[in-house]
Design a protein around this ligand. Structure first.
Ligand SMILES: Cc1cc2nc3c(=O)[nH]c(=O)nc-3n(C[C@H](O)[C@H](O)[C@H](O)COP(=O)(O)O)c2cc1C
Length: 214
């Protein structure tokens, strides 16, 4: 089975989407896998014909403002024009977001479903993953264990369905890790050091804009 995996993160280096794809590859072993990177370096030079000639399209991307990153939207519009005359791939997606709750990704998943409907492709299944920025920090923890327990379970279900050519219920997950601890770690090890590096005090992070004067 020919599977096209589209990395929709614009980051050219490490990204959570790239990490998720690394997890998927061994789980999809035995299939012909093509990975397409839509990042800032490759721009729009992705192989549309290879994608339309696939049995499966798997979009892996970050949530941007409750929706799709704009370069992914551009790709979807270009793919739509290809008409998918040779094959009708089944479409799956994995969306990761910054907030803790994976449910935040449901609107972006709906957008991919609408695109499927427009292009007359079959919808498969989606996973919405919360606290995406945390995943690279726990990459040494095996899938299915500790904070990666929920992720391992969701990726197993998705890849089983892909291999069986089946659809499934959309899955929304967060790391198997308390939200309060995630929030504290994010502040201590990510946001505060980043504020300091940019010459800001901690309290500047809690300031709210006054839109009433606009
Ligand atoms: C422009 C922009 C918009 C974003 N919008 C959201 C959002 O609406 N909700 C959210 O939870 N995270 C949002 N994020 C956070 C990303 O979804 C998050 O950092 C994700 O883990 C990045 O994945 P990647 O490393 O695969 O690119 C946004 C990030 C950027 C840069």
């Amino acid at each position: 089975m020919k599977i096209s995996i589209i990395n929709g993160s614009p980051k050219s280096g490490k990204s959570t989407s790239a990490l998720l794809i690394d997890y998927l590859i061994p789980m999809l072993l035995g299939n012909e896998i093509h990975i397409h990177h839509l990042n800032m370096e490759t721009g729009d030079h992705c192989q549309l014909s290879a994608m339309t000639d696939s049995d499966v399209l798997l979009f892996v991307f970050p949530l941007y403002v409750d929706a799709l990153p704009s370069h992914l939207l551009r790709l979807l519009m270009a793919l739509e024009k290809q008409n998918f005359q040779k094959k009708k791939p089944i479409v799956y997606c994995i969306v990761n977001n910054g907030f803790y709750e994976g449910k935040q990704n449901d609107l972006a998943i709906e957008q991919i479903k609408i695109w499927c409907h427009r292009t007359h492709l079959t919808w498969g299944q989606a996973i919405g993953i919360g606290a995406g920025e945390m995943l690279p920090y726990i990459a040494s923890v095996p899938l299915g264990h500790g904070p990666n327990k929920n992720l391992g379970h969701a990726l197993t279900l998705l890849t089983q369905n892909i291999k069986a050519g089946k659809g499934g219920e959309d899955l929304f997950i967060s790391p198997h890790y308390p939200k309060w601890l995630w929030k504290m770690n994010a502040s201590m090890f990510f946001w505060y050091p980043r504020a300091k590096a940019n010459g800001l005090k901690r309290k500047a992070l809690y300031q709210q804009a006054d839109y009433t004067t606009l």
